[in-house]
Design a protein around this ligand. Structure first.
Ligand SMILES: O=C(O)CCC(=O)C(=O)O
Length: 296
């Protein structure tokens, strides 16, 4: 990978709108390499009973309490597989081809997978972190999101800081389109400027059982008119301010919309909440981007 210098533009866009679009962050061949790695993961699905990942279910069934599964809570230091709800029948049996069955894989690809590690701790990511004036940026989690045709579910409106609370400096999502993301196949929709409206709700470890999480409030209702679609071509990196409200629609098209995303937190003079579901562990250190080699 060659290095790409970040500029002031991205920092100012992020500050002004709550997101910034970095076109051409990855080349076509690099996107293809990551897509191949993402598809390869679907060829080695574990025998264990599958776990579904859905954001809508939480809102319908659990107005206040989202009891996270053990599989989810223990995925901080693993490559764990989360299925689309529609991919499984009521007994958890796969109903579709494995290649289109997954919602996402997470949350330690950046540590455990040589290809994802290489792209996460790359010179290009380092340059962008410098442009954002991050002093000790660390990666805390990573996900490969499939959003497969016909089956890829919607992601309901949320702020990333609800899940990864840091203060005073919010986390930043690096969301990289590995395929063209269109309105039809479920691109991101952003509520421009909403990062200036505070933190609307949090998912925290339950005081009664630290192995489970609860929401502190019911989901806020956001008018559809708050959101602007953000179609991007493959290779584009969207920087997402931790407080900006964003969502994505279900994929109703015939094409997939794969993306690789990871979250960066500032470690210098910044508090990472002990109530976050995701905690640093012996096998999941929050490694400094500037000092970590991309080589395993
Ligand atoms: O990829 C998507 O569809 C949404 C991802 C997202 O909102 C997130 O990771 O916070």
């Amino acid at each position: 990978m060659s290095s790409r210098d970040g500029t002031e533009v991205e920092r100012l866009q992020l500050e002004r709108d709550g997101f910034a679009v970095v076109e051409g962050f990855l080349r076509d061949a690099e996107c293809a390499e990551l897509v191949a790695a993402g598809l390869e993961l679907t060829r080695h699905l574990p025998d264990a009973p599958p776990t579904v990942f859905t954001t809508t279910e939480h809102q319908v069934l659990n107005q206040l309490y989202f009891m996270t599964s053990r599989y989810f809570m223990e995925s901080n230091d693993k490559i764990s597989y989360f299925y689309e709800k529609e991919a499984l029948d009521d007994d958890g049996k796969l109903q579709v081809d494995p290649s289109i069955s997954l919602n996402k894989v997470g949350h330690a690809l950046h540590l455990l997978h040589p290809i994802f590690r290489c792209y996460t701790y790359s010179e290009r990511v380092k340059a962008l972190c410098r442009a954002l004036r991050l002093v000790e940026p660390a990666v805390v989690q990573s996900m490969y999101i499939y959003k497969n045709p016909g089956i890829g579910a919607e992601v309901v409106p949320h702020q990333d800081i609800s899940y990864l609370h840091t203060e005073p400096i919010p986390p930043i999502g690096f969301w990289i389109a590995l395929e063209d993301a269109t309105i039809e196949n479920g691109c991101l929709w952003m509520a421009r400027g909403s990062h200036k409206s505070g933190i609307h709700r949090r998912m925290i470890r339950s005081p009664e059982d630290r192995n489970k999480c609860i929401y502190d409030k019911p989901p806020p209702v956001y008018p559809d008119s708050s959101f602007t679609p953000l179609p991007v071509s493959k290779g584009t990196c969207v920087l997402i301010h931790g407080n900006v409200v964003h969502r994505s629609a279900a994929n109703s098209s015939a094409t997939s919309r794969h993306a690789y995303t990871f979250h960066v937190v500032e470690r210098k003079d910044n508090n990472y909440s002990e109530d976050n579901w995701l905690q640093e562990g012996e096998n999941a250190p929050f490694l400094n981007i500037y000092t970590t080699s991309e080589m395993l």
